[in-house]
Design a binder for this molecule. Structure first.
Ligand code: HEC
Ligand code: HEC
Length: 281
């Protein structure tokens, strides 16, 4: 290998290693050069159109004046303009009137979902499916009434259903007899139901009274649902609900959202939302 000439016949740098290795100065391939030129032209063009080059206290603005915050604000304006069409109508309408308007109530149901999640779901569950001790809102069974007005009233003023503890007026046998009759769905089958005054709130047949929040005891839908429903019923009879005299009473407090907590429009939205969940009458 003593021949030091360049076997490729291409220009080289004149450096030689290991007697025959030469460093050639070939041009890079055409496709590579083309890619290179296209890239820098694109970079320059981008810099002309969009904000790009940093300067001392600012940056170049680009010919279009585009900024991401401006785009975001424009999008937001477009959404608010769409909402305004509905939102502007809400203050002048009652919850019942909103409910009667299909387009408006569809909008309200969509926009109240977040309100419900923020204010109500902790107790009533995300879909209004209820929690132990907190009533289901997604069925058509109501303590205080499922009309749109009653629902709105529940939200504005809160609710505190009251049932006195009956433990001190009932022997254990009597409490068991009442619990059995209620669990069987036929509370008035025992004379105790009248004698002990249960009918005054729950009605002669035990079908309830929404004025007092006294539930229907014949429909097998339980406000205080439990694995052992018979025991749970007996517990309610003995300790009552919200009875300040009995430390073991069942708590039942629906907080008041009227006044400072939520504004009128939000309350109307929620009333419509809850009504649609439960399909009340
Ligand atoms: C002063 C009215 C009043 C009287 C009297 C009364 N209740 Fe009640 N009762 C209520 C109210 C109100 C509730 C629901 C409380 C709530 O959920 O806020 C209730 C709840 C119950 C429940 C729970 C039902 C469920 O779905 O879990 C049972 C059971 C019950 N009452 C049985 C009786 C029996 C039996 C008597 C008679 C010994 C009686 N009540 C007397 C008002 C009354
Ligand atoms: C701190 C827990 C809690 C929160 C938060 C709460 N609720 Fe309630 N809600 C209750 C309880 C407990 C009752 C049952 C009251 C009773 O039994 O007297 C109730 C009852 C109701 C009722 C009456 C149900 C019926 O059967 O008549 C409606 C309607 C209602 N809530 C809607 C809402 C809405 C809408 C929100 C959100 C703005 C909300 N609640 C937030 C605990 C809560």
């Amino acid at each position: 290998m003593s021949d030091k000439s360049n076997p490729y016949d291409a220009p080289d740098t004149g450096h030689v290693w290991d007697e025959s290795l030469r460093e050639l100065t070939n041009q890079p391939p055409k496709w590579w050069m083309l890619g290179f030129h296209v890239s820098w032209i694109l970079v320059l063009a981008y810099g002309l159109i969009y904000p790009m080059w940093p300067m001392v206290n600012t940056h170049t603005k680009g010919m279009t004046g585009w900024t991401s915050i401006k785009e975001y604000k424009e999008d937001l304006q477009a959404i608010e303009a769409k909402r305004a069409k509905y939102e502007d109508q809400l203050p002048g309408k009652s919850a019942a009137a909103i409910l009667a308007d299909d387009e408006l109530s569809n909008y309200v149901v969509r926009s109240a979902k977040v309100l419900f999640g923020d204010n109500c779901a902790a107790c009533h569950g995300t879909g209004g499916q209820g929690n132990p001790g907190f009533p289901v809102l997604a069925d058509d069974d109501w303590l205080f009434g499922g009309s749109i007005d009653k629902i709105e009233e529940s939200i504005i003023n809160g609710r505190n259903g009251m049932m006195p503890a009956h433990g001190n007026q009932l022997s254990d046998t009597e409490a068991n007899e009442l619990a059995d009759a209620v669990a069987a769905g036929n509370p008035s089958s025992t004379p105790l139901f009248q004698q002990k005054g249960c009918f005054a709130c729950h009605g002669m047949e035990g079908t309830g009274n929404p004025m007092l929040g006294a539930p229907d005891l014949t429909d097998s839908i339980w406000r205080f649902a439990a694995k052992d429903q018979r025991e749970s019923i007996k517990y309610t009879i003995v300790h009552g609900v919200n009875d300040p005299q009995d430390p073991q009473t069942r708590p039942a407090e629906m907080p008041k959202f009227g006044g400072t907590k939520l504004n009128d429009t939000d309350i109307k939205k929620l009333a419509v939302y809850v009504h649609k969940l439960g399909g009340g009458q």
